[in-house]
Write a protein that binds this ligand. Sequence first.
Ligand code: UT7
Length: 331
Amino acid sequence: MKIRAAITGVHGYVPDYVLSNKVLETMVDTNSEWIESRTGIQERRILKGKGLGNSDMGVAAIKGLLKKKNISPEEIDMIIVGTVTGDLVFPSTSNIICDKIGAKNAWGYDIAAACSGFLFALTTATQFIETGRYKKIIVVGSDKMSSIVDYTDRATCIIFGDGAGAVLLEPDTEGSGIIDSILRVDGSGRKFLFQPGGGSVLPPTMRTVANRDHFIYQEGQAVFKFAVKGMADVSEEIMKRNNLKGEDVAWLVPHQANKRIIDATAHRMKIGSEKVMLNIHRYGNTTSGTIPLCLWDYEKQLHKGDNIILSAFGGGFTWGAIYLKWAYDTK
Ligand code: UT7
């Protein structure tokens, strides 16, 4: 039977500090009711502490995963990290994580696909397992969004939070694992959601800092329209080409950007809200972190053989959907 890449474990990490809607009311001109009704978010986590970065959240998630699976860091072949807020411009956060956890036999790299980062990384890792070349790959989705959020901009600071999730991928020949994926990019959408400064077009200078160019720029309404269509389109397409109807799907795991985008996607897929994973109220939008954090939160409710659709839309634009069969029951 064909070798498939199956998720055989999941773990997550969110920082302790809770930034509630009420506290945001004291920082910008907003109110809790508006935030909750327009986005579904009640609070988000923020990584505080000098010298702490993205890799520290990834490390915490991976350490929990290794402990749960009772495997040592030396057994890991690769670590692929979906992120747009790496510790440094270079080297990659994967590189730093390998060092911090002692994954001496692993190699890896980062994938920058904004909110679709975890899906792009998971699909990439799947290829290495399917060839038979690698046996244990960790895929991380981790973002420290607070490092690029302007806390004077009410249009963006209410949405984002920090967090990381990690999954272990292993070969499966019994029918579970990642079955299909559809991934898309449209670079013409970059003007609606991006970080203007800090890259090679606009390297950091006193002026770029003064202009607040190192923060996220987003045209929320435009992104919202593309996101609703993009996420629903690929989710519907992946169901169609795998002959799945709404009732065949056990769980939809949507990127957590806005509850209204999630509802619209589930509606197009004819999936009831009881089968939609949701944690946006607690963590906000953690970019690459949202999907693995959902899997972590819902792990105990998942069963071997469950048909699961992961779906995301993000800056770039990037978007996509993955169809997988869950590989294990949690004792
Ligand atoms: O994850 C990556 C992809 N990103 C996304 O998917 C985000 C997609 N976009 C969104 O989720 C929504 O567009 C936002 C949550 C960002 C904004 O919600 P919206 O319903 O699109 O609001 P809007 O920008 O159309 O603004 C509606 C009103 C405006 O007031 P007026 O002009 O109607 O008087 C805004 O000034 O709400 C006002 N407003 C706010 N009010 C209180 C905008 N932001 C806030 C705020 N608090 N934080």
